[in-house]
Design a protein around this ligand. Sequence first.
Ligand code: FAD
Length: 232
Amino acid sequence: MDYDLLIIGSGPGGYVAAIRASQLKMKVAVVEKAEIGGVCLNWDASLQSPLLKSSQVLDYMNHASDYGIRIEGEVKPDFKAIIARSRSIAEGMSRGVQFLFRKNNIELIKGSGTLARNNTVEVKDAEGNLKNYTATSIILATGARSKVLPNLIQDGTKIIGYREAMNLDKQPESMVVVGSGAIGSEFACFYQSLGTNITLVEFLPRIVPNEDEEVSKQLERSFKKNEDESAD
Ligand SMILES: Cc1cc2nc3c(=O)[nH]c(=O)nc-3n(C[C@H](O)[C@H](O)[C@H](O)COP(=O)(O)OP(=O)(O)OC[C@H]3O[C@@H](n4cnc5c(N)ncnc54)[C@H](O)[C@@H]3O)c2cc1C
C-alpha cells in the first residue's frame, strides 16, 4: 500500500483527520481538487470574518455620531479593496493548512479523486492524467455543494453562487438573494450595508426560518431599517 490513510478533501473534515493520523504515526496523503482548506477556510470563513467585518466598520462609521465621534468628509466603501482583503485572508488560511501538511509530513496530491476498487483512489490531475494510489484506509471528506435550483441554473455571471458573490469585480447596484437562511442573510446584510439594493426571497413564512421567531422579527426589522436609511 502507498499510504496507511488517504483522505479525499482538504476541508476541516479532511485536514484535521490527516493531522491527527499523522501524529499517530500513520503515512497520510490528502487529495484535493480545488483550494487547500476546503470551502470552510476559503469561502465560508471569508464571508463571516472579513466581509462582514468591513460592513460592520462601515456601519460604525455611518453611525459614528451616535458614539460621540465626528467624521469629516465622506465615508465610502472601496468594494475592490474589501474583496481583495477578504481573498487575501482566505489565501493566508489556505497557506496555513499547507504549512501544517508539510510540518506533519502529509503528502498533498492535487487532483480530483474517485474511489476505485481494492483500497484504491484514482486521481485525475489538471492536465487530465490519471494515477492510482492505494491505502489501507480511505476517508471521504468531500463536503457539500450548494443546491442547484432547476429554474435558476447558475451561469456564473448573472445567476451566481457563493464563490462568485464573494469575488465580484464590481459592486452590483441591485441583487436578489434566493434563500434567507444564515448564508443568504449574511450576503444580504453585507451587500445592503455597502448600498446594494437587496431583495431577499424566502418561500417559508419568515426569514432565517431555522432560528427562533424573535430572531426572524429582529433581523427583518434591521433589514427594513437599513433599507429606509439608504433611501434617505
Ligand atoms: C458561504 C458559506 C458560509 C458558511 N457559513 C458557515 C457557518 O457560519 N458555520 C458553519 O458551521 N458552517 C458554515 N458553512 C458550511 C461549512 O463551510 C461546511 O460545513 C464545511 O466547509 C464542511 O467542511 P468539510 O471539510 O466537510 O467540507 P469542505 O470544506 O467543503 O471541503 C471539502 C473539500 O473536498 C474537495 N473535494 C470534493 N470532492 C473532491 C474530489 N472528488 N477530489 C478531490 N477533492 C474533492 C473540495 O474541493 C473541498 O475543498 C458555510 C458554507 C458556505 C459556502
